[in-house]
Design a protein around this ligand. Structure first.
Ligand SMILES: Nc1ncnc2c1ncn2[C@@H]1O[C@H](COP(=O)(O)OP(=O)(O)OP(=O)(O)O)[C@@H](O)[C@H]1O
Ligand SMILES: [Mg+2]
Length: 350
């Protein structure tokens, strides 16, 4: 009997305990989640500080970080959950998208564990993982809902009809919103990762600089985004002011950029709930940790009587719990992989 055949007839448990492994970028994250929603342990060992002096993630440093951290993160997760490998029902791992060398560490580790322990192996799409982070925030959350997927590599408005049927209503046609935060941070001389640093500076400034409103009401692509033009407008503003010998109020640049970048996300998400008639909006991905986004969405959804699900900030950025939570949904459908599972740098998220 092949490795995969062993799991064809297993009994699916409602309260299955899934070990989730995430190594797509610079976080070595391992978590243990029960029934898809209850976090029993959640470990993150990040190599972010090692990348800071390069101004962005260096793939080889990230991969090396994973090789030294993955066993410790797993052992710590088991210890903190007071569990042993025997208690784990399945191993879920991010198969893509992400940095190939980084993903390979997680995938190889997960395959080895699954084979040695004789447990099912569940390949998880990183972006679906971000969306599933909302299940950790609201234990009663059920589709349909609209999610704002706003991360380092993605910006979309997604119609989650059910967990296995998602429709992307629109997405960025160039840069992702997180990428724009990171690039604007560089222009302003702020360290990597840029998003939280831009947010910190924006709190000190005012929305006083006129920046273009992106694809706001543009017919034909009403749910699409374009962040490249906004970033270029910020660069042009800073350079022009410097050339004129004017002092650049960096906090105002940060605040004006943040306002433009975030308001359009909110506007399109609200348009999507209006059109679909749904009552719930969730937030997915690293930019979901942004305080201005969280505050503005709270205001708007309260006004309209909508339900808003904001994952804790820690579960907006990359983590193992979201992979275990999404892994649970795949486990329920017996979407198991065999041992030929490979890492994928690019993968469609539907
Ligand atoms: N408080 C914040 N405000 C704005 N942006 C933020 C904040 N915190 C994190 N970010 C941004 O979120 C991004 C990281 O999020 P995430 O981990 O979801 O992205 P990723 O894993 O690199 O990309 P993807 O998930 O699309 O593959 C970075 O671009 C970072 O600057
Ligand atoms: Mg991510």
């Amino acid at each position: 009997m092949s490795y995969l055949d062993k799991f064809k007839n297993i009994t699916i448990k409602e309260d299955a305990i899934i070990l989730g492994i995430e190594t797509s970028c610079d976080e070595t994250a391992v978590a243990i989640v029960k029934g898809g929603r209850e976090i029993l342990a959640d470990e993150i060992i990040s190599s972010a500080t090692e990348h800071a002096r390069f101004g962005g993630v260096v793939p080889e440093i990230a991969s090396r970080g994973h090789t030294t951290a993955i066993l410790t993160a797993t052992e710590n997760a088991l210890k903190n959950a007071n569990l042993t490998f025997d208690d784990i029902d399945a191993i879920a791992v991010t198969e893509g998208a992400g940095l190939l060398g980084a993903l390979l560490v997680g995938v190889s580790f997960a395959k080895t564990l699954a084979f040695a322990l004789n447990k099912p192996l569940i390949p998880v799409n990183h972006i679906r993982g971000h969306i599933s982070a909302s299940c950790l925030a609201d234990k009663d959350l059920k589709p349909p809902f609209i999610t704002i997927l706003a991360s380092g590599g993605h910006t979309c408005i997604v119609d989650v009809k059910d967990y296995y049927n998602m429709n992307i209503l629109g997405s960025t046609i160039d840069d992702a919103v997180g990428e724009a935060f990171d690039k604007v941070a560089r222009i302003l001389g702020l360290n990597y990762p840029g998003g939280p640093n831009v947010e910190r500076l924006a709190k000190l400034g005012e929305n006083s600089i006129k920046l273009p409103k992106m694809l706001s009401h543009y017919e034909g692509c009403k749910y699409d985004f374009s962040y490249s033009g906004l970033k270029t407008a910020v660069i042009n503003y800073v350079h022009t002011e410097e050339q004129k010998g004017n002092e650049v109020k960096k906090e105002d640049v940060a605040c004006s950029f943040q306002t433009s970048a975030i308001e359009v996300l909110i506007e399109k998400a609200l348009m999507a709930v209006k059109e679909t008639g749904y009552k719930t909006i969730t937030v997915s991905g690293g930019v979901g940790a942004n305080g201005y986004l969280r505050q503005r969405l709270t205001e708007e959804t309260t006004k309209l009587g909508l339900n808003l699900v904001l994952p804790e900030k820690r579960y907006c950025t990359d983590n193992g719990a979201m992979i275990a939570s999404e892994g649970y949904l795949q486990y329920k459908n017996k979407k198991f992989a065999d041992l030929t599972l490979n890492a994928k740098a690019v993968i469609p998220f539907k």
